[in-house]
Design a protein around this ligand. Structure first.
Ligand SMILES: CC(C)(COP(=O)(O)OP(=O)(O)OC[C@H]1O[C@@H](n2cnc3c(N)ncnc32)[C@H](O)[C@@H]1OP(=O)(O)O)[C@@H](O)C(=O)NCCC(=O)NCCS
Length: 156
C-alpha cells in the first residue's frame, strides 16, 4: 500500500493491521470513539480477541500509521458479509472508525474510508453500509454515503 500525504505536514500509510500495532497506539486511537474497557488491563483477554480477529478473513482492520512517529493514528474495520440473496452478493459493513485525538481534520478518516471502499470492491461487495451518530453524518455524506433505513437495537 502506498504512502499518502494527507496534507503539507503529515504523511501516513494506510495498511492492514499487524500484531505489533496493538501495542503501538491502536487502542489509544480507538478510545477516541468509545471506551475500550477491560482489554487494557487483561492481557489474556486481549490476546484471545486479537487471535479471533486476525484468524477471520472477513474481519478486516486497517490502520493509519503516521510515518514520522510510526504511531497508529487511525483505524477502521470492514466486515464482509456473504449473502444468499442478490445472486450471492456480498455486503461490506464499516465499523469502529476513529482518528486519534489531536489528529482529526487532516484527512485521515477520509483516506481510511477510501481504502475500505477499495477493499470492498476487491471483495466484490455491491454496497457498503454503516451506523453512525448524527454528528458525523456530514463526514460520511462528503464521502458519498446517503442516509437510508433506520437502525434498530435491543440491548442484551
Ligand atoms: C469522525 C472521524 C472519524 C473523522 O475523521 P477525520 O480524520 O477527522 O476526518 P477527515 O479529516 O478525513 O475529514 C474529511 C472531511 O470530513 C469533514 N468532517 C470530518 N468530521 C466531520 C464531522 N464530524 N462533521 C462534519 N464534517 C466532518 C472534514 O472537515 C473534511 O472535510 P473536507 O473534505 O471538506 O476538508 C473523527 O473525527 C473521529 O474519530 N471522531 C470520533 C470517533 C467517531 O465519531 N467515529 C465515527 C464512528 S461512526
Amino acid at each position: 500500500m502506498n504512502n499518502i500525504n494527507v496534507n503539507l505536514y503529515m504523511s501516513i500509510l494506510i495498511r492492514k493491521i499487524k500484531e505489533r500495532d496493538f501495542e503501538n497506539g491502536f487502542f489509544e486511537t480507538l478510545s477516541n470513539l468509545t471506551t475500550v474497557g477491560d482489554i487494557y488491563s487483561n492481557d489474556e483477554l486481549k490476546k484471545e480477541i486479537i487471535r479471533r480477529v486476525l484468524e477471520n478473513q472477513n474481519h478486516i482492520i486497517i490502520v493509519a500509521e503516521d510515518l514520522e512517529s510510526s504511531k497508529i493514528i487511525g483505524t477502521a474495520t470492514l466486515l464482509i458479509e456473504q449473502k444468499f440473496i442478490h445472486n450471492g452478493g456480498r455486503v461490506g459493513h464499516i465499523e469502529d472508525v476513529a482518528t486519534r485525538k489531536g489528529f482529526e481534520g487532516r484527512g485521515v478518516g477520509r483516506e481510511m474510508i477510501h481504502k475500505l471502499t477499495e477493499i470492498s470492491n476487491e471483495h466484490g461487495c455491491y454496497k457498503i453500509i454503516l451506523d453512525c451518530d448524527p454528528n458525523v453524518v456530514k463526514f460520511y455524506e462528503k464521502l458519498g454515503f446517503v442516509k437510508k433505513a433506520i437502525t434498530m437495537r435491543r440491548d442484551l
